[in-house]
Design a protein around this ligand. Structure first.
Ligand SMILES: O=C(O)CCC(=O)N[C@@H](CCC(=O)O)C(=O)O
Ligand SMILES: [Zn+2]
Length: 340
């Protein structure tokens, strides 16, 4: 019986905070377990060696990844695609999707690695972050030796000079994965931003806690439901399908000459409500500024461009106080990256 699954996203949005667990079967025989609203675990009888989490909608208005995941799920439910790996689909914030907003009370992607429990505040996103952590823990804890993967799919608020890019969570000095960078390239993602410190994002949680290959994938610009051109995500979709249904699949080898890597040169943090960015709202991600240019102010504090070729990513003066309002990044050579 698969009808509740066929409408899994709609069902989750109708029950944005809780959906009772239930179990179905896909045409290929794989058990499909609803763990909660927006959380669906696929368990084939004899899974191959990768445990894969695909999450989307952590920010409710980032709709292209939600549409991509829904379509992928439909192909599994219809039998068009066979499931051969354990897969956990997560539609992160159904209530924010219903309201067509990034967040209701607080940015869900700043609440992982226990940040949801800090301070006295209790809100829906904090509860959801705690639950999502528990589902990731449950999923990855079943097998110790599987290759753990987590792709957290997002879209950006601003247009970007690089339409698709990955944020590689901070690895505490460990080398980066050649195979994963090759997979990103196969998925049409040729720009990688190396995080410079631990964060409270979902991808860092999976990378740090479970030693998963985990990434935040930025896949274009925020658009309303129905306005996305999913053909721009065909390569990513093909890679996800191959990961799910072809256990022996490997991406073509990495071509470093076609990979653009950026490191964080400075982080701009909003401290007070006086914070302001000194450039226009239409400045796109990866725009470079001349050295010395004033980027942002907050009362007495000023941020200037410090290095040549410094470019801005994720500028947002509307974040909560204490949070990142922009990252400044500089290009680094993909040939000198420590790889394993
Ligand atoms: O466009 C923006 O300003 C934000 C897009 C977005 O949601 N990005 C993620 C990146 C997470 C990471 O750094 O790994 C976020 O800000 O949560
Ligand atoms: Zn996002």
């Amino acid at each position: 019986m698969t009808h509740a699954l066929g409408d899994f996203l709609a069902l989750s949005r109708q029950h944005p905070w809780y959906l009772s667990p239930s179990v179905y079967s896909l045409p290929c025989g794989t058990a499909a377990q609803i763990w909660d609203t927006g959380v669906l675990c696929l368990e084939p009888d004899n899974p191959a060696g990768r445990d894969l989490i695909i999450s989307c909608g952590i920010h409710g208005n980032e709709t292209a990844p939600i549409e991509l995941c829904e379509a992928l799920l439909h192909r599994l439910i219809s039998g068009e695609l066979t499931c051969r790996q354990r897969v956990l689909f997560i539609f992160g914030n159904p209530a924010a999707m219903n309201a067509a907003v990034r967040e209701l009370d607080e940015n869900l992607n700043r609440l992982f690695s226990g940040a949801h429990a800090e301070g006295n505040e209790v809100n829906q996103e904090r509860k959801r972050a705690a639950l999502l952590e528990s589902y990731v823990t449950r999923f990855f804890s079943v097998r110790e030796h599987a290759e753990r993967l987590h792709y957290d799919l997002h879209t950006a608020i601003r247009p970007s000079q690089r339409e698709k890019f990955a944020v590689y969570p901070y690895l505490h000095g460990a080398p980066y994965s050649r195979a994963q960078l090759a997979l990103l390239q196969a998925a049409g993602i040729n720009t990688v931003l190396l995080a410079h410190e631990p964060t409270t994002t979902f991808s860092y949680f999976s990378a740090h806690r479970f030693n998963a290959h985990a990434f935040t994938l930025e896949l274009g610009k925020v658009m309303p439901f129905g306005d996305n051109d999913l053909t721009r995500l065909t390569a990513l979709n093909q890679c996800l399908e191959a990961l799910i249904s072809e256990p022996g699949w490997q991406p073509p080898p990495l071509t470093p000459e076609h990979l653009d890597v950026f490191a964080v040169s400075q982080e701009i943090v909003k401290n007070t409500d006086d914070f302001a960015l000194c450039f226009n709202n239409d400045v796109s991600n990866f725009t470079e500024f001349e050295q010395g240019v004033l980027l942002a102010t907050d009362q007495q504090q000023q941020w200037h461009v410090q290095q040549e070729r410094e470019a801005v990513v994720f500028p947002n003066a509307g974040v909560a106080c204490g949070q990142r309002a922009a990252l400044m990044v500089v290009p680094v050579s993909s040939f000198t990256l420590p790889l394993r």
